[in-house]
Design a protein around this ligand. Structure first.
Ligand code: 5AD
Length: 360
């Protein structure tokens, strides 16, 4: 049964049924999981080779208007010292990423909708677009915004946008967010982003309380239905200062379970969608030292090394055990380069690294 499903999934994209997706996500024994990861890795090799695309991540600000029940920088968390990097620092970090030959950067921050913020981002993107004669890729991860704002940022020179749906099941979405956080608006934002010409990325929390494997299978179908070319998703990790995380103990059993589910979700998504970019996210690394490498071996092909100055990292903790908060960007780079080589993968230096999905 398993071999048949893996073979079927490997043949061509979208070749698995809803029930088969659930079957894969439900695998428990180590040997079966390994088979799934290997099948997904083979599909990845065929689509994008053993090459890892890098995005230097700049965590610009932890000021957030949202109050998501799972997130450590939610508005109501008074234990966070809020910061906003100034323009010069952000440009310095973007330049550093360019000099390291990372090929692209991501500007990420808490969600702020204001004219001032739109202007700031527009100005930043215009300046970053000039780095390397426009060769540095620019991804934004700045939440829900108006059509007009998205358009301005696109016109300024950004070309990718990440906005996780967090869960594509409205009932679960509403359990994870306060009443006034609209599922419909989030979907609408994803549609606008794609419509105006962004390469749009989305993703979900994996293993969040109240989530079923059916929910996760539907998430994968959602990626297809929305014609998504970039996936960024990681295991849920409890944060002590949040309503959802305050009573969850991060035991070794819990970590192990979250890590395996995260890897199964990456592998199943690769086996279903084939030609997309999938990030091996920092949340995997939080669960195991080699978590990001395991993600690559389960079918992911993108890594986002942090290029934010060390002093700010501790205040950008979305979840417990955020790795590398005391590391500087040089150390992050060196550790990453070594660990990628150690698993027989290579870094795609100096390229934007678009998913093949977009050239089809
Ligand atoms: N565990 C894992 N991921 C989280 N995120 C926020 N809080 C957590 C958490 N507790 C993720 C969300 C968000 C991204 C920037 O970080 O999916 O979209």
């Amino acid at each position: 049964m398993l071999d048949n499903i893996l073979h079927k999934g490997s043949l061509k994209p979208y070749n698995l049924s809803y029930n088969e997706l659930i079957y894969l996500l439900a695998l428990e024994d180590k040997e079966s999981c390994e088979k799934l990861f290997q099948a997904a890795y083979s599909v990845k090799l065929k689509e994008v080779g053993n090459k890892v695309n890098l995005r230097g991540l700049i965590e610009m600000s932890n000021i957030c208007a949202k109050d998501c029940f799972y997130c450590g920088i939610r508005k109501s968390n008074a234990n966070v010292e809020r910061f906003q990097l100034d323009k010069e620092s952000i440009l310095r970090m973007a330049n550093w990423a360019y000099e390291q030959n990372y090929g692209s950067v991501v500007l990420q921050a808490g969600e702020i909708e204001s004219k001032k913020n739109s202007d700031l981002i527009e100005d930043l993107v215009q300046n970053i677009s000039k780095i390397g004669d426009g060769s540095l890729g620019i991804t934004l991860s700045l939440g829900e915004q108006s059509w007009d704002t998205y358009q301005r940022w696109l016109d300024a020179g950004a070309h990718r946008y990440l906005l996780r749906i967090e869960s594509s099941t409205p009932e679960l979405y509403h359990k994870l967010h306060p009443q006034d956080h609209s599922y419909e608006r989030r979907v609408e934002c994803l549609k606008i982003l794609t419509k105006i010409g962004f390469q749009t990325g989305t993703g979900v929390l994996i293993g969040v309380p109240n989530q079923t494997l059916e929910n996760l299978a539907n998430d994968i179908l959602f990626f297809k239905a929305m014609n998504i070319g970039m996936i960024g998703m990681g295991p849920y990790l409890p944060h002590i200062d949040t309503p959802l995380g305050k009573d969850i103990q991060l035991t070794s059993e819990y970590s192990e379970k979250q890590l395996t589910l995260g890897l199964k979700m990456i592998a199943t998504t690769r086996l279903f969608l084939h030609d997309v970019n999938i990030a091996s996210t920092t949340a995997l690394q939080a669960l195991a030292n080699n978590g990001r490498e395991l993600g690559l071996l389960a079918g992911a092909n993108v890594i986002m090394p942090n290029v934010t100055d060390t002093q700010y990292r501790k205040n950008y903790q979305l979840y417990a055990q955020k790795p590398a908060i005391n590391e500087n960007s040089e150390q992050s780079r060196d550790n990453l380069t070594k660990s990628i080589q150690s698993i027989g993968e290579e870094i795609n230096w100096g390229v934007r690294g678009d998913a093949p999905h977009y050239s089809k």
